[in-house]
Design a protein around this ligand. Structure first.
Ligand SMILES: Cc1ncc(COP(=O)(O)O)c(C=O)c1O
Length: 459
């Protein structure tokens, strides 16, 4: 009790764990807002298309793809990019990638059908993935897609198709190998070091129905060591050369998959992306030099790159709005926003950047950003400095262009609209907001389970 008889509240001193938002040495997220995207005001976009809203910048996509093409071709001219559909298979995004000179890379029949529907010829589709259903494989053979085989059963199925169509089928083989990136992606394709890949190549040759013309390998995603690609390529070319010695056919292509990092802030990495992520030139040099060093004077095989996240992540924004705020028992400021992990699958691995979408004054405070889901795991950022944000405040989440609009889930909320800001600042709707019928149109209710008001009369 104090002298005046008031009850004194004793607060136990506590040491809070250091979190990125509290440390924030690089000041990367403080004091700035993102009020427009390519000249279009965030508030205008939200007023017109509702909140939340995904926004893609055509300028960012085109400039990133042409920059990558230029850099990689400067080191190895025979380089071809293949757009990794799984990273973002919105029609408009895939079409932009194709307009910028990429072929398609798909990993399922759904993606294959999507690419064909968009107008990509079968022969310009690389077909990867561990599940290629019989009808998919047959169509891909008929349409002369670049199929990379994943396992022995696929080899047998392709041999049957070659017999059915009475012609050899040209294929690539997917490898997995140790390029110094751990955990190693070992479940796709044939293992190199154990000799499994060699057995598969022998089986393909002995079968006499398939022609092995290329090698594929994807060592993982968000690869931070450019030299890993050189190690990968050296192993692939060694194997290709050995096959040429044995069977007399040089490899027509080496496909090194994707994995180049975007400028996201990977959780657990203390440094800001500008410090932690090597420049793209380092990757292009490591890859191009490894290829050139191994080329024979009369033969420079095609190099395929299936880069996904590095080409699209920074071009994508998610606009969201504050719908409420509260203080937790420990005093921590929290905000609830209308977009959560349902739309931001990548927030499990990355600290997605968050900026106010309008100029807001006031002292920044370490805060938690919760999504709208009635689920404890729906945390978009667990520690971030934000100024005081009244209900309705717009926030801009960035970068979010890779994987989110493919891995999103329709869980208790509708998926939002998506717009493309074109290079001249025109805004085009490329996916409308979902409505109830989009969810229910796939369902059917047995007549005997029909629900009417009578059911509830005595409840
Ligand atoms: C076979 C293959 N190619 C390309 C990619 C694209 O990878 P990233 O987005 O890391 O460039 C992936 C992604 O997992 C993949 O599995």
């Amino acid at each position: 009790m104090s002298e005046k008889g008031e009850k004194k509240i004793y607060e136990k001193p506590m040491i809070l764990p250091q979190k990125i938002g509290m440390v924030n040495k690089y000041q990367t997220e403080m004091g700035r807002s993102t009020t427009e995207i390519d000249g279009v005001a965030v508030t205008t976009l939200l007023a017109e298309y509702g909140s939340p809203l995904f926004v893609f910048s055509e300028r960012a996509i085109r400039s990133q793809v042409s920059r990558f093409k230029k850099i990689f071709r400067a080191f190895y001219p025979n380089t071809q990019f293949a757009w990794s559909y799984k990273t973002n298979y919105l029609d408009a995004i895939c079409a932009l990638m194709h307009h910028e000179g990429s072929i398609a890379e798909v990993v399922s029949y759904f993606e294959y059908e999507k690419a064909r529907r968009l107008g990509v010829p079968g022969s310009k589709i690389i077909f990867n993935g561990p599940h290629k259903p019989p009808e998919a494989l047959e169509r891909a053979v008929r349409e002369e897609a670049l199929i990379n085989v994943d396992n022995f059963d696929e080899i047998f199925a392709l041999e049957e198709l070659a017999a059915k169509y009475n012609r050899p089928v040209r294929i690539g083989m997917r490898l997995n190998l140790d390029a110094g990136i751990y955990p190693q992606w070992s479940r796709f394709g044939f293992n190199l070091e154990s000799g499994q890949a060699l057995s598969a190549a022998r089986r393909i040759h002995q079968g006499g129905k398939l022609e092995l013309v290329g090698l594929h390998c994807h060592i993982g995603t968000f690869i931070l060591d450019p030299n890993a690609y050189a190690r990968q390529l050296n192993k692939m070319v060694d194997f290709g050369d050995a096959l040429e010695d044995d069977y007399g056919r040089p490899m027509e292509y080496y496909n090194i998959g994707g994995g180049l990092p975007s400028r996201s802030q990977l959780k657990g990495i203390y440094l800001a992306p500008d410090h932690a992520i090597p420049p793209i030139d380092d990757y292009a040099r490591a890859i191009g030099e490894a290829m050139l060093a191994r080329c024979k004077p009369d033969h420079s095989p095609k190099l395929y790159l299936e880069s996904g996240r590095a080409l699209i992540d920074e071009a994508g924004y998610l606009l969201t709005s504050v719908v409420g705020s509260k203080r937790l028992q420990d005093g921590k400021k929290t905000y609830i926003i209308d977009a959560g992990v349902n739309l931001l699958y990548t927030s499990h691995w990355y600290n997605i950047g968050v900026k106010p979408g309008s100029a807001i004054d006031g002292p920044a405070e370490d805060s938690i950003l919760y999504g709208p889901l009635c689920m404890n795991i729906d945390v978009v950022r667990d520690s971030i400095h934000l100024p005081p944000l009244p209900v309705g405040s717009p926030l801009v989440l960035h970068p979010v262009g890779a994987y989110n609009v493919t891995q999103w889930m329709q869980f208790i909320e509708y998926r939002p609209a998506i717009v493309l800001v074109s290079e001249d600042g025109t805004v085009e709707l490329i996916r409308r907001r979902e409505a109830l019928e989009d969810v229910t149109s796939c369902e059917s209710l047995p007549e005997r389970l029909r629900v009417s008001a009578d059911l509830f009369a005595n409840l």
